[in-house]
Design a protein around this ligand. Structure first.
Ligand code: GDP
Ligand code: MG
Length: 394
């Protein structure tokens, strides 16, 4: 039987981010190992995390693995990606659900370009809380650890995080994964998880608001119909609820005929849950990543809106040239991406990298857009714009 939120541990979505080879996957495996010894997780070994299944959605290939574990106080879903570009795509297209991130930095290397890029993305998509794990502490002496910590704090501050206050834990994911009960081994992992428990705030999940499920993917269940997969961002769903599937200008009425959480059929699911939702009479061909399953009449699609944007500097990975009158590129928001035209305000002929401005944006097709929604615009794999919707326009 599914437990009610009051007696269920609060749920939290986290993930490991950081430069390639700094130990994100080793740390993910180590966390499951250390918590499994307390009966709070199933041990997932390195190879099973690193062999992330490939998803191809709307031309974008993303590799990501989700593992789940518990601490004394919370239940976690943890995302780990194999490659840098998977993080970029995952964070931009779907990881708006990451409540907190564990930034992994190798003590032997210090901060590296992908450390910067992941922090910038975390800031852009609004990952609220960051905890730092300085890994490979077994390879360096204490003085170097202190220097690396200082360097990370400066970088955090540079990106607008509270570099002085963000907690930093030092350890060795490899020692912990090998079961060593040392200061840098298992003890460091327990300390890290305690830090995550206290520092990453459980987001206010508005269980009473109309439900809202961004679709990340779909599968056909033989003889039963189409299952939409995603993280319920808002509200509560019950088996039998009427729903509407929206996106790309389409709108389809349906009913939720089954709900699954980690392969179990449940009568009810709450904001924050990763769910599979069986949608009655919806053909798989009609379901694409980027659509939204919502309570009927609770939300609309728009293809025209006003937004506040920031044009990234070349040193942040953005353009070196200014934006001119009309800029046509791909916009990414929630789980969708779509061609868009960014129009500068009347009388403005260019916007320089590093500047912010209000613009009008037109999407090729109507999508679920709402005030306060974050997005990015990318040009040839580079994030050139980050923004927030300020007003929908008809
Ligand atoms: P990722 O690319 O960030 O996921 O990094 P991996 O977890 O794949 O680790 C990269 C390499 O670093 C592997 O060979 C790991 O065995 C090694 N490694 C990871 N953590 C540690 C550690 O704490 N100490 C040492 N010495 N090596 C580590
Ligand atoms: Mg990895």
């Amino acid at each position: 039987a599914v437990k009610e939120p009051s007696d269920r541990k609060p749920h939290c979505n986290v993930g490991t981010i950081g430069h390639i080879d700094h130990g994100k996957t080793t740390l993910t495996a180590a966390i499951t190992r250390v918590l499994s010894e307390k009966g709070l997780s199933k041990f997932v070994d390195f190879d099973n995390i690193d062999r992330a299944p490939e998803e191809k959605k709307r031309g974008i290939t993303i590799n990501a693995v989700h593992v789940q574990y518990e601490t004394q106080s919370r239940h976690y879903a943890h995302t780990d990606c194999p490659g840098h570009i998977d993080y970029v795509k995952n964070m931009i297209t779907g990881a708006s659900q990451m409540d907190g991130a564990i930034l992994v930095v190798s003590a032997a290397d210090g901060t590296m370009p992908q450390t910067r890029e992941h922090l910038l993305l975390a800031k852009q998509i609004g990952v609220g809380d960051i905890v730092v794990f300085i890994n490979k502490a077994d390879l360096v002496d204490k003085e170097l650890l202190e220097l690396v910590e200082l360097e990370i704090r400066l970088l955090l501050t540079e990106f607008g995080f509270d570099g002085d206050k963000i907690p930093v834990v030092c350890g060795s994911a490899l020692e912990a994964l090998q079961g060593e009960d040392t200061e840098y081994g298992k003890k460091a992992i327990l300390k890290l998880m305690e830090t995550v428990d206290t520092h990453v705030t459980t987001p206010a999940r508005n269980l009473d608001e109309p439900f809202f499920l961004p679709i990340e993917g779909s599968v056909t269940v033989q003889g039963r119909g189409t299952v939409g997969i995603g993280t319920l961002t808002r509200g509560t769903i019950l088996k039998g609820d009427p729903a509407v599937l929206l996106g790309y200008g389409k709108e389809m009425k349906t009913f939720i005929s089954d709900i699954q959480i980690f392969q179990d059929s449940v009568p009810k699911a709450y904001a924050g849950d990763n769910v599979g939702v069986l949608m009655r009479q919806i053909n798989k061909k009609l379901v694409s990543r980027g659509m939204f399953l919502c309570k009927p009449d609770s939300i609309k699609q728009w293809n025209h809106f006003e937004a506040q944007i920031y044009v990234l500097l070349n040193s942040e990975g953005g353009r070196s040239k200014p934006l001119l009158k009309e800029y046509i590129q791909l916009m990414y928001s929630k789980t969708w991406n779509m061609a868009c035209c960014v129009r500068l305000p009347e009388g403005v002929t260019m916007v320089m990298p590093g500047d912010t401005t209000i613009v009008n944006i037109v999407l090729r097709r109507p999508m679920v857009v709402y005030e306060g929604q974050r997005f990015t615009v990318r040009e040839n794999q580079l994030t050139t714009i980050t923004g927030v919707v300020t007003k929908t326009l008809s």
